[in-house]
Design a binder for this molecule. Structure first.
Ligand code: NAP
Length: 254
């Protein structure tokens, strides 16, 4: 489905990362992938994973809070790939103290950091990727239900996800004329490194599994398969959307 397609994936921290499950699905579909990691701390992890599953992958250091690293990563991509067909944005961060207690007490610093890394990075990366998407393209980011409803403890990250989802719509309008589509996947809760930062995450997992029509939590590979669909021509008429991959949790009322 993605033979001869080149993509870049932001957000593999370890084998539990949603970005890694997404990478495996994209690789299986035939895509050629590049990965970014944030600093040397994560380089080894990403190297170990890709050496085993997809040796020879292009690995680039990129902290989205540093514009020169973003510019350098895309310069490399341009050199090695020439054309880019898709980008996976699977990054988020908020200081731990802001992911619990009352949202009311969110500090200015925590708010700005969360919004910068988790939401501003989407237009930032889309702007850098667009010139390389010379034959159209697809951009996919990862959101969560806390963008639209209050999820206790998710706090400032919910506000950042609301900004991410609104950015998806505004970017879809800007990038549509270049045949670049952009969509967000709203994934149900998955046990990852970032998820551990959210207070009482295990209660969240249990609650979702009990209330979701499918009676379980989503598997990371199901998120990855949806990303394959969104990066392929099968989804050519879809842009600016938030697609739920949450076993149906979000449709439930009483
Ligand atoms: P994860 O494995 O911890 O991935 C988060 C990634 O963001 C890490 O690779 C992290 O790198 C990266 N990141 C943080 N700050 C960065 C920066 N300044 N520059 C570049 N990268 C940075 O956790 P995950 O759960 O798979 O999260 C992936 C995405 O899915 C996030 O957008 C998250 O909000 C979303 N999501 C998660 C769930 C869930 O339940 N897990 C549900 C819905 C949506 P470091 O480790 O170096 O910080």
């Amino acid at each position: 489905m993605l033979n001869n397609k080149n993509g870049i994936i932001f957000g593999v921290a370890n084998k539990r990362s949603i970005a890694w499950a997404t990478a495996l699905a994209l690789h299986e579909a035939g895509a050629k992938l590049a990965f970014t990691y944030q600093g040397d701390r994560l380089k080894e992890n990403v190297e170990e994973l890709t050496n085993e599953a997809m040796p020879g992958s292009l690995l680039l250091s990129c902290d989205v809070s540093k514009q020169d690293e973003v510019d350098e990563a895309f310069r490399h991509i341009g050199e090695k790939f020439g054309r880019l067909d898709f980008l996976i944005h699977s990054i988020a961060f908020a200081p731990r103290e802001a992911l619990g207690g009352e949202y009311l007490n969110t500090s200015r610093e925590a708010f700005l950091t969360a919004l910068e890394i988790s939401a501003y990075s989407l237009p930032q990366l889309a702007r850098a990727a667009a010139p390389l998407m010379t034959e159209g393209g697809s951009i996919v980011s990862m959101s969560y239900y806390g963008a639209e409803k209050v999820v206790a403890g998710y706090n400032v990250m919910g506000v950042a996800k609301a900004a991410l989802e609104a950015s998806t719509r505004y970017l879809a309008k800007d990038l549509g004329p270049r045949n670049i589509r952009i969509n967000a996947i709203s994934a149900g809760p998955i046990q990852t490194l970032s998820a551990r930062g959210v207070s009482d995450f295990s209660t969240m997992l249990k609650h979702h599994a009990e209330r979701a029509p499918l009676g379980r939590n989503v598997e990371p590979r199901e998120v990855g398969q949806t990303a394959v669909f969104l990066c392929s021509s099968m989804s050519s008429g879809i842009t600016g959307e938030v697609i739920y991959v949450d076993c149906g949790y979000n449709i439930m009322g009483i």
